[in-house]
Design a binder for this molecule. Structure first.
Ligand code: NA7
Length: 550
């Protein structure tokens, strides 16, 4: 629903305490914390016509969250927890947007959000200790603090394929899908991409399309979701056990509501492993990863899970050539974001679905009538690009942020993102980046990562007010060390072995190859942030003075 609440006029006269960019999970909670807990003046600027962030835009067929619904919500408010109940095990996109509206309305947040406005630049003025933000509506806001809540997967990556402009049919990117939906009936549809999104869309599009051709560059693991409607009993359980569920999420490395089993894959016999994997497969969801604790650190352990999934693919897909193509996976399990599906592999048993290997025969160009690979042309009426995002840094860089002395963020990050704790960038005082690169973010169940960041930022600003401080900035040496820590955390896992993953920025031509999220685990990361604060915000400089003990 478009919001019609009053917003400041062009060139808002009084500087605000804070400007927040984005009205998704991050921006809404940050607004609530700063406005309602600290009593600050805050304006949220949001490009969309409603709340929801990533979920506002990602309306593609089959769009559904991979986190279990009871964990995909705010936990800071008993009132919110008690007055909301999810209907399905894995919530669909419309229900998530409904939830975001429920929160925004219950906390009366929309009156401080200006919708339908895009930030075009942000400049820090050292003398005034102020951020000036300009928008595509030609107006300007100033504030002491600038906080980005722009999401990690919000900058659509449309591949630069020659001839796309000439395509006579319609084409769409899943991250910018039309709100009115797309009618695939009687249409020959081409779907490019087999990440989480392509894997969710395939069975849905196949249901109505005349023919669906899936263009696969990299085969992918996927675990069945076994999605289901939630029983009243389960809903009641969730309401009565908030604290227990939160405790599990807060102590697990990925912020999910299940514990990683404390056992090593190779300590079990082949038969024992098979039983455990079967059980986990039957349960479904991301919990599959928790069967053994060493799947992401020991390649031999990982191979056991990878082989199990490959054998499942071969047992599901009837055409042996298609099965071979789908199970020819070139990276260890879960080193790329592991998708969760609703009968993805089964979709290839339909007569109207074909898989095309664009690793062996790459896409060459697009004509008015279809996609041409080295093997020939595929006639299409519609193309859907499920080709992912310029993840983690894409949207931040598009904001055209300039720090001290006009330093563009693009320049500060020319060799890859450099942050301290994923929260701040040296040279950009009073700028906070919620779930920024260098924080666990996409390796964690997002609401858990978001709540932790928002609360840490709120505490930091409260601390500044209490101490009469007006400026906070990450120290260069603290950021340098954190970049090393982020690299070391990734190197301690198998994650960098998926050389083409978006965690590394490898999906966007020309993007520096740097492992961006912090892979040391959410629980450890939370402790690091808490310790930093406890030691007087070690590694940060306040009001030009070094408060740090280091
Ligand atoms: P992903 O995970 O980045 O997947 C994108 C897919 O698109 C992946 O299979 C890519 O192959 C493929 N791709 C990208 N560009 C091309 C070109 N030019 N030609 C052929 N194939 C291409 O994005 P998703 O939207 O699926 O998921 C993003 C996250 O959203 C997901 O992890 C969840 O957290 C939610 P590649 O693997 O690069 O060879």
């Amino acid at each position: 629903m478009p919001d019609t609440s009053p917003s400041p006029s062009v060139d808002q006269p009084q500087p605000l305490d804070a400007i927040i960019i984005g009205a998704g999970f991050s921006g809404l909670y940050q607004l609530h914390c700063l406005r309602d807990r600290l009593g600050l003046s805050v304006q949220v600027l949001e490009m969309a016509e409603g709340v929801g962030g990533t979920w506002y835009w990602n309306r593609y067929p089959g769009a559904r969250c991979d986190s279990e619904s009871q964990s995909y919500q705010y936990y800071f408010s008993k009132d919110l927890l008690e007055n909301w109940a999810w209907s399905e095990r894995f919530p669909q996109q419309p229900e998530i947007v409904e939830y975001m509206n429920f929160v925004a309305d219950r906390l009366d947040l929309k009156r401080n959000v200006r919708f339908g406005i895009r930030v075009t630049s942000a400049h820090y003025d050292e003398a005034a200790n102020q951020w000036t933000v300009e928008t595509d509506a030609g107006d300007r806001y100033t504030a002491q603090f600038l906080i980005t809540g722009v999401g990690c997967l919000s900058s659509a990556n449309v591949p630069d394929i020659p001839g796309l402009d000439s395509f006579a049919g319609n084409w769409y990117h899943t991250g910018l899908f039309p709100h009115e939906g797309v009618d695939f009936s009687e249409k020959r549809v081409g779907l490019v991409g087999t990440g989480s999104t392509g894997i969710q869309s395939t069975p849905e599009i196949a249901k109505t399309a005349k023919h669906l051709t899936v263009f696969q560059r990299t085969a992918n693991y996927s675990i069945p979701a076994h999605n289901t409607m939630l029983t009243d009993e389960f809903k009641r359980y969730c309401k009565e056990h908030h604290a227990d569920i939160r405790e599990v999420m807060h102590t697990s490395p990925n912020g999910h509501p299940f514990r990683i089993q404390e056992r090593l894959a190779l300590d079990s016999s082949e038969e024992e492993r098979a039983v455990l994997y079967e059980k986990a497969w039957a349960k479904g969801g991301l919990e599959f990863r928790s069967v053994f604790e060493d799947l992401l650190v020991n390649k031999a352990a990982n191979d056991t899970a990878a082989d199990f999934i490959r054998s499942k693919i071969r047992s599901i897909v009837k055409n042996p050539d298609t099965a071979a193509l789908l199970s020819n996976i070139d990276h260890p399990f879960a080193t790329k974001r592991p998708p969760v599906d609703d009968h993805y592999f089964e979709a290839y048993n339909r007569d109207n679905v074909t898989l095309v290997d664009v690793r062996a025969a790459p896409i060459q160009h697009i004509t008015p009538t279809g996609i041409v690979t080295e093997d020939g042309e595929y006639d299409l009426d519609i193309i859907v690009f499920a080709t992912g995002f310029d993840a983690m840094t894409g949207t931040l860089l598009k904001l055209d942020i300039h720090g001290r002395d006009g330093l563009p963020l693009k320049e500060a990050w020319s060799a890859g993102p450099r942050t301290y704790l994923g929260l701040q960038v040296a040279g950009f005082p009073n700028l906070f980046t919620i779930t920024g690169p260098g924080s666990p973010s996409v390796l964690c169940n997002m609401p858990v990562a978001i709540e932790q960041h928002v609360e840490w930022i709120t505490d930091c600003i409260a601390h500044m007010h209490a101490q009469g401080l007006d400026k906070v900035e990450a120290k260069v040496e603290a950021a340098d060390q954190w970049v090393l820590d982020v690299n070391a955390a990734a190197e301690a896992t198998l994650l960098p072995q998926a050389g083409h993953s978006w965690y590394l920025g490898a999906n966007v031509p020309g993007k520096p190859r740097v492992f961006m999220p912090y892979a040391g685990g959410m629980a450890s990361y939370r402790k690091i942030c808490d310790d930093v604060a406890e030691r007087g915000y070690e590694g940060f400089t306040f009001s030009g003075q070094t408060v740090s003990a280091s």
